[in-house]
Design a protein around this ligand. Structure first.
Ligand code: NAP
Length: 306
């Protein structure tokens, strides 16, 4: 059993990772005031204050630190580039450094969208990134800052879905809530990605730590699909009307931040080094639906400070 410190514990990954990890580990979440009555220990702190993080690392004697804090909204990163740099580049550098000094294994979350999506076929960890916008630029700089500061760190490029505190953070929630209300939605046919159920991501990150892996990994689902196809899969899993989803191009959407068209990432390095298969999309979607049936979304939302 390890004592795991999680920054960004109120986020889509942070909360689900904390809930998954607490089955086998002791979890301490760092939060700036959004969480209440979570079933794991929560420390209110400002992650951007170096001395606060250092003192938490020392006083809690944490074994692992997983950094889930970020400015992860692409549009907000374009509007507030300085804030994006502080959270996505400077913060990971500080945390990686604090962990390196204390010899604490560190996991940093990056993104599939460091690639511009112009390659045909899959991207491996060897491919040169070419970030298309402020979010992906600051995330790539974050990866590099972590690599320079802490060579033992794990850097995971991810893309995932799950139930979130505010019920709006993931694309899957968008499809479930709109289709449930009989609303028409658009689904992009020209953005390919590899979504992973957030609990599978959490389990994989913990397995990577247990195996003492280090370096850069693509930690995404094994199946590439368009966002439209993902919506259709969600509709079928939940018994909702897939005809409400209109296939369309991302280029015609009102989104302002540039999106990459192909984010098909290879997980070959990950499955080889872990010595295990990465769970399939159908298993993830079935589990995501089981959570829904069991009232997991409401449970998650009840941890939010109102
Ligand atoms: N979601 C995806 O599919 C996806 C795809 C690619 C990469 N990623 C990466 O995965 C990681 C987790 O993403 P996510 O979707 O879980 O993000 P999220 O839901 O937006 O959560 C971000 C977390 O960061 C915290 N945070 C933001 N600004 C902060 C600040 N100024 N001070 C302290 N904490 C702050 C948030 O706290 P508050 O709740 O208080 O705002 C929240 O806990 C990120 O590194 C993201 O770049 C996510």
């Amino acid at each position: 059993m390890a004592r795991i410190l999680i920054t960004g514990a109120s986020g889509l990954l942070g909360i689900n990772l904390a809930l998954e990890a607490m089955h086998e580990h002791e979890v301490i979440g760092i939060d700036r005031g959004k969480l209440k009555s979570a079933p794991f220990r929560v420390l209110k702190a400002d992650v951007l204050k170096r001395e606060e993080i250092n003192s938490i690392l020392d006083s809690t004697k944490s074994d692992w630190l997983i950094n889930c804090a970020a400015l992860a909204n692409l549009e907000k990163c374009e509007e507030a580039p300085l804030q994006a740099r502080i959270l996505n580049t400077d913060l990971p550098r500080e945390l990686a450094n604090a962990c390196a000094k204390r010899n604490i294994p560190f996991v940093h979350l990056s993104t599939d969208s460091v690639f511009d999506g112009t390659k045909e076929g899959t991207y491996t960890e060897e491919d040169e990134p070419s970030p298309p916008g402020m979010y992906s630029k600051t995330k790539l700089d974050g990866e590099r800052a972590v690599q320079e500061t802490n060579e033992r760190a794990i850097i995971a490029r991810v893309n995932f879905y799950g139930w979130s505190l505010g019920a709006k953070r993931s694309l899957a929630e968008f499809f479930v809530s709109n289709l449930s209300e009989g609303k028409n939605v658009n689904g992009f046919t020209d953005v390919t990605f590899c979504p992973m159920w957030v609990n599978h991501l959490a389990q994989t990150l913990l397995a990577m730590l247990e195996k003492n892996l280090s370096g850069l990994y693509h930690v995404v689902g094994t199946q590439a699909m368009s966002k439209y196809q993902f919506g259709v899969q969600i509709a079928r899993t939940f018994g909702l009307r897939e005809s409400l989803i209109s296939p369309c191009s991302v280029e015609r959407s009102s989104l302002t931040a540039k999106r990459s068209h192909n984010l098909w990432l290879s997980t070959h390095k990950l499955s080889t080094d872990l010595g295990q298969e990465i769970p399939s999309i159908s298993t993830g979607l079935a589990e995501f639906y089981t959570q829904f049936q069991q009232g997991y979304p409401q449970k998650i939302r009840s941890y939010q400070q109102v």
